[in-house]
Design a binder for this molecule. Sequence first.
Ligand SMILES: NC(=O)c1ccc[n+]([C@@H]2O[C@H](COP(=O)([O-])OP(=O)(O)OC[C@H]3O[C@@H](n4cnc5c(N)ncnc54)[C@H](OP(=O)(O)O)[C@@H]3O)[C@@H](O)[C@H]2O)c1
Length: 341
Amino acid sequence: MNRDPVVAIAGVTGAVGAEFIATMNRRDFRVGKLKALASARSAGKTVDFRGQQVVVEELTERSFAGVDIALFSAGSGASRRFVPAAVKAGAVVIDNSSAFRMDPNVPLVIPEINGRRIREHKGIIAVPNCSAITALMGLWPIHQKNRITRVIISTYQAASGAGAAAMDELVQSTRANLNGQVYAQKVMPHPYAFNLFSHNTAIDPETGYNGEETKVIHETRKIFEDDRIAVGVTCVRVPVLRAHCEAITFECEKPISETRVRNMLAGAPGVRLVDDRTGNYFPMPVDASGQDDVLVGRIRQDLSDPTGHSISMFVSADQLLKGAALNAVQIVEMLPQRAMA
Ligand SMILES: NC(=O)c1ccc[n+]([C@@H]2O[C@H](COP(=O)([O-])OP(=O)(O)OC[C@H]3O[C@@H](n4cnc5c(N)ncnc54)[C@H](OP(=O)(O)O)[C@@H]3O)[C@@H](O)[C@H]2O)c1
């Protein structure tokens, strides 16, 4: 590599944007110059990048001249509008939104699972939905050895998955609730303090599935390259500030034991076993927060399947990291054309 890349972050003032910067710093990611982009609301603000105050510019079609890598986390509307301009300007785009995930020309990549797809990109590489990443990191090591035919996932999703404003709403509404005050929610569709509710994406009136659930179903099939895998999902928002949890039950082609599963997951890249029955200690958001690894535990035979083909487990992951910023930075690290200019 002759020079360090010029990197743009579109959505730099958001929850994922902040984690892009933190992740790049932690991993000593080489950056020649950072372009900080957000909406017109943030133009003129500054973000700290390695001790320098970088002025935030409004994201426009003209933002990408000279940019080598564009990390997008500004919502799917902004991605649809501005990603083509970034690609046209010659940048490789890593997109965290859902805008291009199911496009057959766009690799949908979790590096530990299908990193080999990165080299097929035509300018855009999509980061999968955070609930999908959280589940698939724990399922892939098993699927490779004993094909998973069916999986049922129930999510417990943190406020951070809905962005910085949702995290603030959880804090403010909890404080108001404890002080006996009424809080009028602005971000979430329902009271968030001391409550939980069906995921805040739109419901398909025909299937009854919400947008998050539909993404997990379709993206699982695309990433596993397995159209036959049966996926059932229920996505729920819980009053946790950061890190998603998921209860997962899966059925395999051949019989499987909990010991086999533990062995398959021990040492799997990006996965950490947290499975202490004696101490009743299993994956929790407080332990997953700020961690790169997906925590997997409560591994047990699904007693409702007497054939011995099914296992239940519980996972937790920081979806701002492995579910977004970290996964994107890992993709950039694997790009063959990081040798630029
Ligand atoms: N949060 C997660 O865990 C997570 C995980 C995976 C993927 N994602 C995806 O990442 C994206 C951002 O999520 P987030 O949680 O970081 O949201 P967020 O905290 O609400 O931040 C949104 C960011 O996008 C910018 N933005 C919004 N509309 C824009 C526009 N029209 N033009 C330019 N910039 C615009 C905002 O700028 P201003 O500050 O100027 O408004 C802000 O920087 C979404 O597509 C989301 O689906 C999020």
